[in-house]
Structures are given as structure tokens and as C-alpha cells.
Design a protein. Structure first.
Length: 142
């Protein structure tokens, strides 16, 4: 099995960390919901350019009903996550908000277990537990 996913996952972590820093600075004096709107426009424009440059456009007819349903649900969840994240960043310290946001790692493992039939090993569950402990330690440092 190729480890190319690892490079993309590490890139995601780097960009996610920059998201918190850039957003915290950019949110000064701006409504967090409006800031999320601006961020979304930037993402849409960047994706249009990326899909065009890489010639990865697909006809909408290539998606079936299940694709549509779950991509729409994923989009709604993403939007809700962004709105909540920006509001939390506006109100709290980035060094506390970002770790709490990473509780999503543990939630993904639980949801993947419940809904996708994934079965993490004992070692993986231990790692997830350690991440949760680390998140709680970082987020509630005061």
C-alpha cells in the first residue's frame, strides 16, 4: 500500500494550522459568520481554478443519488463546522480552540466504527485516547 496519503494528510495538518492563525488575525473587527462567507468564496474560486487547471471537471450527471445526498450532507456539516470554528476563534484563544476542534479525530474513529464498520486495533484506540487526553490538557490549561 502506498503512503502517498500520508503526505496529503501532513499537508492538511499544516494548512489547517495556518487556517487557525490566519483566521484569528483576520477576524479582528469582523463578524465571524461574514468572515466564513468570505472564506467560502475564496475556496470556491480556488477550486474553480484548480479543477480547470488540472482538467478534473466531471459532468454533474456522473453523480448518483447517494453521491448527491452524502456530498450535500458533508457540505452542510462543513459549513456548520466552519461557522462554529470561526465563532470560537473570535471568542477564544487559537491555542485552545484548535485542540478542541481536533476532538474530531476521536469522533471520526467512533463514527467510522459505528457507521462504516471500521475496527481500530487496541493500539489505535489507545492512541485515540491519548489524543483526547492531550486535547483536554491543552484546551483547559488554566
Amino acid at each position: 500500500m502506498s503512503n502517498h496519503w500520508l503526505y496529503w494528510a501532513l499537508a492538511s495538518a499544516v494548512f489547517a494550522s495556518l487556517t487557525a492563525i490566519f483566521a484569528k488575525i483576520g477576524l479582528q473587527g469582523v463578524n465571524s459568520d461574514f468572515a466564513t462567507f468570505i472564506r467560502t468564496i475564496v475556496i470556491i474560486l480556488a477550486l474553480i481554478l484548480f479543477l480547470t487547471y488540472t482538467n478534473k471537471w466531471q459532468p454533474l450527471s456522473s453523480l448518483n443519488g447517494k453521491n448527491w445526498l452524502f456530498l450535500i450532507l458533508s457540505g452542510l456539516a462543513t459549513g456548520a463546522s466552519w461557522l462554529a470554528y470561526f465563532k470560537a476563534l473570535q471568542m477564544g484563544n487559537a491555542s485552545q480552540v484548535a485542540p478542541i476542534d481536533k476532538l474530531s479525530l476521536a469522533l471520526v474513529a467512533v463514527f467510522a466504527f459505528l457507521f462504516l464498520g471500521e475496527r481500530p486495533s487496541q493500539q489505535e484506540w489507545l492512541g485515540i485516547g491519548l489524543v483526547v487526553a492531550g486535547v483536554l490538557t491543552l484546551a483547559f490549561k488554566r
